[in-house]
Design a protein around this ligand. Structure first.
Ligand code: SAH
Length: 291
């Protein structure tokens, strides 16, 4: 291990180096599909925000780079966008593939492209099935990017992935990327149980643990406990680990990924940031330089 690598203690349930797919055992994927996907339960605020900005900017071809079970992509397919959806987890993708298969007689769904790809090699992965294509918009939402735990102190893997995202955009294209308000979570040690993204009908309890290494928060572990998601009285627990992105640092990494020529806009829970004192989520919209 080189000197600039961060040491993550190998304790139970904390992914060790090289483990990428936190959904690989299928448990979280199944629960997630139930948790958010029982019906098209995206909140109206979320839909209005995303669809509104995409339409306002004339976006047509959209790449969802953390499509998971496909819930956001389906919302955009329904709205008439030409969707390409990728994810690193086959356990998550299988729910999206099933949803597309069930709707295949509808030409909108028949044209929906779903493939496996990872952020680390995104432009090459996309080139394999869609050579020469760039996108009007790339979305990476639902606190997805924080799944990438960088083993390097200088966050070089995350920075490289952000560059890959920018590379998939046309000049003038938009990247939508979000993260939870980790600044507030680290201060309070708590995670809001409600989500701005979905209307969940099950009670959700999220236990928050912060791993601090050499005085710096390195990892946030969220233990989700869903009551009744799988029938009477049955509980479903799963654990996900996240990189606790700080707002200021994350914004700087975005500017760097867009060669300091991108236009940055920041939203708090889909609203202008001065309207929400302590947001649950920050949503960044980066516009790629035009020349
Ligand atoms: N956007 C969806 C999924 C969120 S879960 C929603 O809001 O419901 C986060 C997703 O990011 C998971 O499906 C996970 O497999 C994916 N992911 C995590 N790391 C990834 C990586 N390095 N490359 C591609 N996908 C990744």
């Amino acid at each position: 291990m080189s000197a600039d690598k961060v040491f993550h203690p190998r304790s139970e349930g904390i992914p060790s180096e090289g483990v990428k797919d936190q959904y690989a055992d299928g448990k979280a994927a199944r629960a997630w599909n139930k948790f958010i996907g029982d019906s098209n339960q995206r909140t109206q605020n979320y839909k209005d925000f995303l669809v509104g900005l995409l339409k306002k900017n004339g976006c047509k071809r959209v790449l969802d780079i953390a499509c998971g079970t496909g819930i956001d992509s389906m919302m955009l397919v329904e709205e008439g966008f030409s969707m390409v959806s990728v994810d690193a987890s086959d356990k998550m993708l299988k729910h999206a593939l099933k949803a597309r298969w069930e709707r295949r007689k509808d030409s909108k769904y028949d044209e929906w492209i779903i493939e496996e790809a990872t952020w680390e090699t995104l432009p090459q992965d996309i080139k394999n099935f869609l050579p020469g294509v760039t996108f009007d918009a790339v979305i990476c939402l639902g606190n997805s990017f924080a799944h990438l735990l960088d083993e390097y102190e200088d966050q070089r893997t995350q920075r490289m992935c952000l560059k890959n995202f920018a590379q998939c955009l046309k000049p003038g294209g938009l990247l939508f990327i979000d993260h939870r308000n980790y600044d507030a979570m680290i201060n309070s040690g708590a995670t809001p149980g409600h989500s701005i993204y979905y209307n969940c009908k099950y009670p959700v309890d999220i236990k928050t643990s912060v791993l601090v290494v050499r005085g710096k928060p390195e990892l946030v572990t969220l233990d989700y406990c869903l009551d009744g998601a799988f029938g009477d009285g049955e509980k479903s627990d799963f654990r996900l680990c996240y990189y606790p992105h700080k707002l200021e640092k994350f914004t700087a990494m975005l500017h760097e990924a867009f060669d300091h020529r991108g236009k940055h806009q920041l939203f708090a829970d889909f609203k202008p940031i001065d309207q929400v004192p302590v947001p649950g989520f920050y949503i960044h919209v980066m516009e790629k330089g035009k020349d």
